[in-house]
Ligand binder design. Structure first.
Ligand code: MSP
Length: 509
């Protein structure tokens, strides 16, 4: 048994959540659930980033205080978590008093270690990124990420000596080639470090909405410093015993590439300065794109996943996310491809497999799983395929290959469907080949049970439903990963027929 601490970014509350936020939260949930299946101790953190320019501006535009704005918006982000059926252990808000106090202590530690000094700064600031840009990094004078014009800012600020950590960061990267995954993101972060790091301003003088700098109340702490520290502050006050010693350092911080530099450079430097261990890995997935562009609230091209979840439940959405787009790369999403995949793979492949297997057992054996006559349960022709699906899915999930693992599971779904065709139980029944029919029906029920274990992390509701239809009560089926080994289904289990799991979506021409 190991420990597994996984985080999502904490999301800005300037605007409503969209599919991009639901995506990272779902990905973190899949791996959190998988590690619980392995028997690991798991802590899964998500939450909201509530301070800073961006949120202050959004509140001003609505004529409310930033606090009121954040209090209203946070509900929508908590709803996302619930809607995608995520099992986070805590939801952090950066306006929590405990977080604010921890951030102040943290920056005090950096200051005591000689890493904070006063200086002044002027430059072009993109408030959507909450970051300064140098002119040559703009595209036609606009922020490369948001397509908006940055504004000129000049301030006297407190600075963090990031430059002093350049060598230690580079060393850490070289000693830990899997610190950032996938590999091309590691290369990107390391080459950024190798180009040389400038000191960064870590306070804002003109902004009111933030955590006061403890030794200078005329300034607030830069929102990114405030935000990054959440991963550590949460463990100090979330419910649970000894969370810091049990779970720090984090196993995985998950995010998209937009915030790699903050997590791959500033965060580890801050941790080194304050004297903490560094997270084990960052996993950088890609962007979900709509119409060829990264979705973002600032660009106004977002896909709202909630109507789809309302209509079809969380599982088809969770499935679609990792099936449609190769996890770790950018990819296009849209409602048409959602519906097409739902019909082809959920209604046809999985839904039909379940309903025809159950109805054959009901029809030919009165709904009780037969004992495979003349052979042991584990001498089935499917044993090797089940074992391969289990082993491949496991090793890929351990490596965060969420698409690859799901493909290995789906190969097994297709294998089971082929098995039905090959064995043609209706012919066996007609020919009176009882032993062969018993074996085939047992194998189908057992294949479904194994599948329910393998699919649990991706489609928890579906997995529960499959288990109960093959006669496994919640107590028998705890979805422990080891339950995926073949032959554990007791003959005699009573099957439960039910409505189609995934009724086909009628698509208008
Ligand atoms: N508040 C900061 C993060 C601070 S973490 C210490 C922030 N918030 S955000 O609301 O903009 O969220 C960015 C993250 O949301 C991305 O890194 C990614 O996890 C997720 N996504 C937002 N849009 C996305 C896509 N279009 N596609 C994939 N993920 C997306 O940055």
């Amino acid at each position: 048994m190991g420990k597994f601490y996984v985080t999502t970014p904490i999301y800005y509350v300037n605007d409503a959540p969209h599919i991009g936020h639901a995506y990272t939260t779902t990905a973190a949930d899949v791996v959190a659930r998988f590690h619980r299946q392995l028997g690991d101790e798991v802590f899964f953190l998500t939450g909201t980033d509530e301070h800073g320019n961006k949120v202050e501006q959004a509140a001003t535009a609505r004529g409310v205080t930033p606090r009121q704005h954040a209090d209203e918006m946070v509900g929508k982000f908590k709803e996302v978590v619930r809607k995608v059926d995520a099992t986070n252990d805590f939801f952090i808000r950066t306006t929590d008093a405990e977080h604010e106090a921890f951030v102040q202590r943290f920056v005090e530690r950096c200051r005591e270690n000689g890493d904070i000094f006063e200086g002044s700064y002027s430059g072009l600031y993109c408030s959507a990124c909450e970051a300064y840009y140098i002119e040559e990094n703009l595209v036609d004078g606009l922020c490369p990420d948001h397509g908006t014009a940055p504004s000129f800012m000049e301030e006297k600020n407190h600075f963090f000596r990031l430059s002093a950590y350049q060598d230690r960061l580079a060393q850490h990267y070289r000693a830990n080639p899997d610190f950032v995954k996938p590999r091309h993101r590691y290369n990107e972060a390391l080459s950024f470090i190798d180009q040389g790091l400038d000191d960064i301003s870590i306070s804002r003088a003109t902004l009111k909405w933030g955590i006061p700098v403890p030794w200078d109340h005329s300034q607030v702490i830069y929102v990114w410093v405030d935000a990054l520290i959440n991963y550590l502050s949460a463990l100090h006050y979330a419910p649970g015993d000894d969370l810091v010693s049990r779970f720090w350092p984090a196993t995985y911080h998950m995010m998209a590439q937009d915030i790699l530099k903050f997590h791959g450079i500033i965060w580890p430097a801050l941790l080194l300065s304050a004297g903490y261990e560094l997270p084990e890995h960052l996993f950088i997935h890609g962007y979900l794109k709509l119409g060829g562009e990264k979705m973002s609230k600032t660009r106004g091209n977002v896909m709202d996943p909630f109507p789809l979840i309302e209509e079809y439940g969380p599982d088809p959405f969770r499935f679609y996310c990792f099936r449609e787009v190769n996890f770790g790369q950018d990819g296009m999403v849209g409602e048409d491809s959602f519906r097409a995949r739902y019909n082809a793979e959920l209604a046809n492949d999985l839904g039909n497999l379940l309903s025809r297997s159950v109805s054959m057992i009901v029809k030919y054996r009165g709904g009780a799983v037969p004992a495979p006559a003349g052979r042991t349960p584990d001498s089935s022709p499917l044993v090797a395929d089940a074992a391969a699906a289990e082993a491949t899915a496991k090793s890929r999930l351990e490596e965060m290959e969420l698409t690859g693992a799901l493909e290995a599971i789906w190969e097994f779904v297709r294998r089971l469907n082929r098995y039905v065709e090959e064995q043609a139980p209706w012919k066996l029944a007609k020919a009176g080949e009882d032993a062969a029919l018993d074996g085939t029906l047992y194998d189908l029920a057992e294949g479904l049970r194994v599948l329910a274990v393998l699919l649990h992390a991706y489609m928890p509701g579906t997995s529960r439903e499959i288990m109960s239809r093959v006669g496994q009560t919640a107590e028998i089926a705890d979805f422990a990963w080891q339950e995926a080994s073949w032959g554990r289904l007791e003959p005699g289990a009573t099957l439960v027929a039910g409505a189609p799991l995934f009724p086909r979506i009628e698509i208008a021409e």
